[in-house]
Design a binder for this molecule. Structure first.
Ligand code: XMP
Length: 513
């Protein structure tokens, strides 16, 4: 499905900011695509890119193990911008000199712009940039001029105007670089000549058009989980092919309070499609009877889920296509090598061999999460779904410690619903990345009225994080925690104590199991 007019290639040499660079380009309404440095030159030629950005990377250009690229890429006539390692690589490829400096530059550094008619530095004064390097260019290659320097770095930027090759030692993509946004937009518009017509509205129109062409009068089946990605994929497919779409929604009874009904109501009332809900909480509970070990629990829930799901797909399938809500970060092949590659694809579902479709459709495979949310909003999906916080595949199953029972699910659903209501009321919801209740397998003694109680302990967890790889516990004000605790104990039967989880990640994880 080709829905894009102009594209910038982000050629990944293993730097940590590759996705951020692509995001920044897209902020200018120009599509950016990330490829590993191992991509063949012919594929780049065929891509008709308006510009190419070389990312940073952890290596030294003289290290034989470091990622290099075919020098011919600089002769394609496509404008190039090298960033950090990418800048040194351009110098190396064109015969400049790169040296390891006595002291590196890390953090905010002042640069002076040396060239007042550089297109890349148009309207950019001497300013602060973000540097992170030990190696530096000491001599620029033939045909290049120095366009900026710092005290410690004689070549903070260089350019070859005749060939449209630009390079900066600093990171324009991070917010600490004062004029980073401006520099990238100068490259995109003034050097590459992009128009900037890639917008979510046109993405929707083009995608709907190409989905219609591809699907024709065949059918499409989509697994809907109620998460952001599959919900937006469902809405987009519904707009394209209406009731040719069948959404299979497996409710294993481990969702949050009333969530299954909410998902069903949303999709059956707002969108044209065939909605198939499979209620199988009793089957799940019987499979989970006596299962206590967290990994066993995950395995049972995962295996059972796909068993039920594929059985339903077999029943519902009338040929045609299988759709998935895969998004861009699930598809990017890393420039760091094979080990990462396996991990980045984990969200794609493997189909049993006996199920045959004409093809797989992934309408969101080019979008980042925030772009997916924007598409969801434009398609009219309720905010509650579009801005839904992450929810683990095994659902409440990993928030109930010990054996999972119907009673424990109900207690946890009630406590979790109260916690979420109070957070919404308090106005701090947008400051939290994820927040939920947990039911540890613990009972404690309490007193209610004149009676001794011996009831459940509920733990509440709230974290802040950018990427969920590390996280900190949220500093929720005590008075909000007090209302949550009061309400849970008063309103949720069989709970007599509430504790707040003060663990960051690491050493803890976000979920308890
Ligand atoms: P942890 O507990 O590993 O969680 O710190 C990090 C983030 O991942 C979510 N999570 C999952 N998401 N399937 C998912 O789709 C899972 O099995 C799963 N386990 C954890 C978790 O909620 C948090 O956002």
């Amino acid at each position: 499905m080709n829905t894009v007019n102009e594209k910038i290639l982000v050629l990944d040499f293993g730097g940590q900011y590759n996705q951020l660079i692509a995001r920044r380009v897209r902020d200018n309404n120009v599509f950016a695509e990330i490829k590993p440095y191992t991509v063949p030159l012919d594929e780049i030629k065929d891509g008709n890119y308006k510009g190419i950005i070389f990312t940073g990377g952890p290596n030294s250009v003289y290290d034989p193990e470091s990622p290099h690229y075919d020098k011919a890429i600089l002769d394609l006539g496509v404008p190039v911008l090298g960033i950090c390692y990418g800048c040194q690589l351009i110098s190396f490829m064109r015969g400049g000199v790169v040296q390891t400096a006595e002291s590196g530059e890390y953090g905010k550094i002042d640069i002076e712009v040396d060239s007042n008619d550089s297109v890349l530095f148009r309207d950019i004064p001497d300013s602060v940039v973000w540097m992170s390097h030990t190696d530096r260019i000491s001599e620029v290659p033939e045909g290049f001029i120095v366009s900026a320097h710092s005290d410690n770095c004689p070549v903070a930027a260089m350019e070859n105007r005749a060939e449209n090759i630009y390079a900066v030692q600093f990171h324009p993509e991070v917010t600490h670089t004062e004029y980073g946004k401006k520099l990238l937009s100068n490259f995109i518009f003034d050097v590459c000549g992009c128009k900037g017509d890639w917008e979510m509205e046109s993405f929707i129109d083009n995608t709907v058009k190409s989905l219609r062409e591809k699907i024709g009068d065949k059918r499409v089946v989509l697994g809907l989980s109620g998460g952001v990605d599959s919900s937006v994929a469902a809405a987009l497919l519904s707009k394209a092919v209406g009731n040719h779409l069948t959404c299979v929604f497996v409710d294993q009874g481990l969702m949050r309070k009333d969530e299954g009904d909410f998902v069903e109501k949303t999709f059956t009332s707002l969108f044209d499609m065939k909605f198939v809900r499979v209620n199988c909480s009793n089957e799940f509970l019987s499979k989970l009877k006596g299962v206590i070990d967290p990994e066993d629990k995950r395995r049972v829930i995962g295996t059972e889920f796909y068993k039920v799901f594929w059985e339903k797909v077999r029943e519902e399938s009338e040929g045609g296509f299988f759709a998935q809500g895969t998004i861009y970060p699930d598809c990017i092949e890393s420039g760091k090598g094979e080990a990462d590659k396996i991990k980045t694809h984990h969200n794609r579902v493997k189909m049993p061999d006996d199920i045959k479709f004409d093809g797989v459709i992934e309408p969101l495979k080019d979008l980042f999460k925030d772009e997916v949310r924007r598409v969801g909003e434009l398609l009219g999906i309720p905010r509650e779904l579009v801005w839904r916080q992450p929810f683990p595949g095994p659902g409440l199953g990993v928030r109930i410690i010990g054996e999972i029972t119907k009673e424990k699910i109900q207690i946890l659903q009630e406590a979790d619903a109260v916690f979420r209501e109070e957070i919404k009321k308090s106005g701090i919801e947008s400051e939290l990345s994820q927040y939920f209740a947990v039911l540890p397998d613990v009972r404690t003694v309490g007193v209610m009225g004149d009676h001794r109680t011996y009831e459940h302990l509920v733990a509440i967890r709230a974290v802040t994080t950018d990427d969920f790889m590390t996280a900190d516990f949220a500093r929720i004000p005590y008075d909000i925690l007090a209302s949550v605790s009061n309400r849970i104990i008063n309103e949720c039967p069989h709970v007599n104590r509430v504790v707040y989880d003060l663990t960051s990640k690491p050493p803890g994880t976000v979920e308890w199991e």
